[in-house]
Write a protein that binds this ligand. Structure first.
Ligand code: ADP
Ligand code: MG
Length: 702
């Protein structure tokens, strides 16, 4: 149950003065991105100002910059009401001046009586608002405020400016925020006193007050102690929640999976290459985890083409030695098939039995497969989420390997581990997630990294070319096709709709087919799994040499002899996406190239992205740059995975606090795993505040 002390913060925003259903709807859009979730007072408090208007600095009329908000000291000279019968659009003007010049204060539909009282002729007043210049004359339309000079001292001259949504007035938002601040209860402190002292953190309530009522620009900067305090709170809540779920998973004892090394030796002998040092290290780390009673929760991070699959196979071989089955879960049918085709010959040589199960299986064939899986006759089952449907029983599932996990939702991840007796979990990801992000997304999940590519991999030459030179590129492709090369042609990512993305791909397919006839294939998201697989099989076998694709080829497709990738509208892709796409080539022995076709003019960020792509192939550097260029954003595809982003914290500014929060969370969970101490109770409050209270339910059911 939510501590009742939080009730005022969890009240609906409509309980605030001036917030009716219409404003509430706007706040819904602004604060929680639409949807049905009620907007709460808390959400307003976490909506932090992005900048501020500082009216303390006085300006002079003659030098007031166009478009800027200034505060002037004016003597009011005269009023000029629109003449009788003038159009409604003619404003009421009041002229004032200082030593440097005259300015018109402009009021549309101004009422004379009210204005005469507000701006009496002969008075000297403080007037603040936005200055605009027309034909060398300054004016200020509807000043934000007018004050007698004597009152200026007692007036707040610094105002926060909030990110807004169309239709919402800043005044209304401001009023709602002010009321929310008034509702802040005195909450018990949940941060360790030592950490508070070291970072000079204000209390939670004080931090919110400073951010919403800034005295100066430094108060709202991400580096301010107030902002950092809230970021720390959010990290701590996140780490605590991850720690709690991990604790529960750990508490449900796994099993020790250890073998005599026979299957692993057989796999080594079957592989057509030697494992690299990085692969060996990862294999050893995994083996050590699997030998433990505790469940393995390990992330295998490796750039595209770094050879994660072979590592996974070694892990699955180890499971087989321990007489347990493994499941390898891929996000798409193409990838599942590819894994199956790639692993089958190796497994055959090594004496491991492997089976594939996807949504395509049905009827008697499927029943036969299910029976083999249930009987334990199969060592390794490769497949899509079909692997975890209710009617799929395993003889003894000991290891689950998830490939390209960021494509899977949290829910799916949970359901797959329900099979078997708490199987070990190995998650492979090709997104080289920066360390800070691993921590925030997976908590202290153990990480193995495959840095660098397997030996013998050729570098990929990357060029950026404007779309105007499309004909040149087609000419070069023509030469390459004659030499038997294989080419990926990736079509623009269109955000508005999958349909237009499809149209662009079909259009390009027609265009290229006009040049290369039947040598051009097409793969897109609207095709059935079977059609896609067929198109890819044609490409792999060389029946087609050019494959036009939407981003469905982004993940994991392996055609080692493809040597050219053309990415159309490269400026629309994110950096890690470009990197993933480029990873489709350079997998074989041939020198490869990547052509980034862009449409000018390029924005700053797009320019930077293409430049980084030209400079480096190092996935980890690209990931760091990506994080820098766009903030933590959707680097992890958080939208797809349903992993909540941060409400307040900004990784690029506050990342240094994350390890501290992790260590703190660890300490808390060792000393007070039920959060029952006084501080534990306070921490429960924290979890609710940041919407991590699902972790509290774990506490109860655990
Ligand atoms: P990813 O990490 O992207 O999943 P894969 O496991 O698909 O990479 O490996 C990419 C290619 O590299 C595959 O064709 C694989 O057979 C090959 N490969 C993997 N390990 C090695 C190695 N140690 N030496 C040479 N080639 C390797
Ligand atoms: Mg892979």
């Amino acid at each position: 149950m939510r501590p009742s002390i939080l009730d005022p913060l969890f009240a609906a925003v409509t309980t605030l003065d001036g917030v009716g259903p219409r404003v509430a709807e706007l706040l819904q859009t602004l604060l929680v991105g639409g949807g049905d979730a009620p907007v709460r007072v808390r959400d307003l408090l976490f909506h932090l100002p992005s900048s501020l208007i500082d009216r303390r600095r006085r300006a002079e009329v003659a030098t007031a910059p166009e478009g800027s908000i200034v505060t002037l000291t004016l003597r009011i000279d005269r009023h000029q009401a629109p003449s009788r019968g003038a159009a409604k659009s003619v404003p009421y003007r009041v002229f004032g001046q200082d030593e440097t010049g005259e300015i018109a204060l402009t009021f549309f539909r101004g009422q004379a009586q009210w204005l005469e009282k507000l701006l009496p002729v002969g008075e000297t007043l403080i007037v603040s608002g936005r200055v605009e210049w027309f034909n060398g004359r300054p004016s200020m339309v509807h000043p934000d405020f007018v004050l007698p000079v004597a009152d200026a001292e007692n007036t707040v001259l610094v105002e926060p400016v909030y990110p807004m949504t169309a239709g919402l007035s800043p005044k209304v938002l401001r009023k709602a925020v002010t009321q929310s601040l008034e509702r802040l209860p005195a909450l018990p402190e949940w941060i360790d006193p030592g950490i508070i002292a070291r970072h000079t953190f204000p209390s939670f309530a004080e931090a919110l007050r400073r951010l919403h009522d800034p005295a100066d620009g430094v108060d709202i900067a991400p580096e301010s102690v107030a902002f950092r305090r809230l970021a720390y709170d959010e990290f701590l809540a996140g780490q605590l929640a991850l720690g709690l779920s991990r604790l529960r998973v750990r508490k449900a004892k796994g099993r020790a999976l250890a073998g005599d090394g026979s299957c692993q030796a057989a796999v080594r002998a079957a592989l057509p290459f030697q494992l690299t040092e990085a692969q060996e290290k990862a294999v050893a780390e995994i083996a050590a985890d699997m030998a433990e009673e505790d469940r393995m929760l390990r992330l295998l991070q490796g750039d595209v083409g770094s050879g994660k699959t072979a590592v996974a196979l070694m892990a699955m071989a180890l499971a087989a030695e321990a007489k347990a089955q493994s499941a390898l879960l891929a996000p798409t049918e193409i990838l599942a098939t590819q894994h199956f085709d790639g692993l089958s010959p190796w497994c055959a040589k090594a004496g491991l039995t492997i089976e594939i199960l996807t949504g395509r299986d049905n009827g008697r064939a499927r029943a036969a497969k299910l029976e083999r899986i249930a009987s334990g006759a199969v060592d390794i089952v490769v497949g899509t989420h079909a692997l975890f449907q209710d009617d799929v029983d395993y003889g003894d599932l000991g290891l689950v390997v998830v490939d390209e996990q960021h494509r899977f939702g949290v829910h799916q991840r949970l359901s797959l581990t329900r099979k078997g007796r708490m199987p070990d979990l190995l998650v492979m990801t090709a997104t080289p997630i920066p360390r800070t992000l691993v921590l925030s997304a997976f908590g202290d999940m153990d990480v193995s990294r495959l840095q660098g590519k397997p030996a013998g991999r050729k570098p990929v030459t990357t060029v950026a070319v404007p779309i105007e030179r499309l004909d040149d590129i087609v000419g070069r492709i023509d030469a390459a096709v004659r030499q038997g090369e294989k080419i990926y042609w990736v079509c623009p990512l269109v955000e508005e709709s999958e349909k237009s993305e499809l149209m662009a791909a079909e259009e390009r397919h027609r265009h290229l087919s006009a040049h290369f006839g039947g040598l051009v294939g097409l793969v897109h998201g609207r095709m059935s799994g079977e059609e896609k697989a067929a198109a890819m099989a044609d490409f792999k076998a060389g029946r087609t040499q050019v494959v036009v694709a939407t981003t469905v080829i982004e993940v994991g497709v392996d055609v080692p002899d493809a040597s050219i990738i053309v990415i159309e509208h490269a400026e629309r892709f994110g950096l890690s996406q470009l990197h993933q796409l480029r990873g489709r080539v350079g997998r074989g022995s041939k020198p490869s190239s990547c052509v980034l076709l862009y449409r000018a003019p390029l924005g700053e960020t797009a320019k930077a992205r293409l430049e980084i792509m030209r400079q480096t192939e190092d996935g980890f550097r690209i990931a760091e740059e990506d994080l820098r260029l766009r903030g933590e954003g959707d680097l992890l595809g958080t939208k797809q995975s349903g992993m909540p982003g941060f409400k307040v914290a900004r990784l690029e500014h506050h990342g240094d606090l994350l390890p501290i929060a992790r260590d703190d969370a660890r300490l808390i969970l060792t000393t007070d795993p039920d959060l029952s101490s006084e501080r534990g109770q306070a921490l429960r409050t924290l979890l609710y505040l940041f919407g991590r209270d699902e972790a509290i339910r774990l506490l109860r059911s655990g």
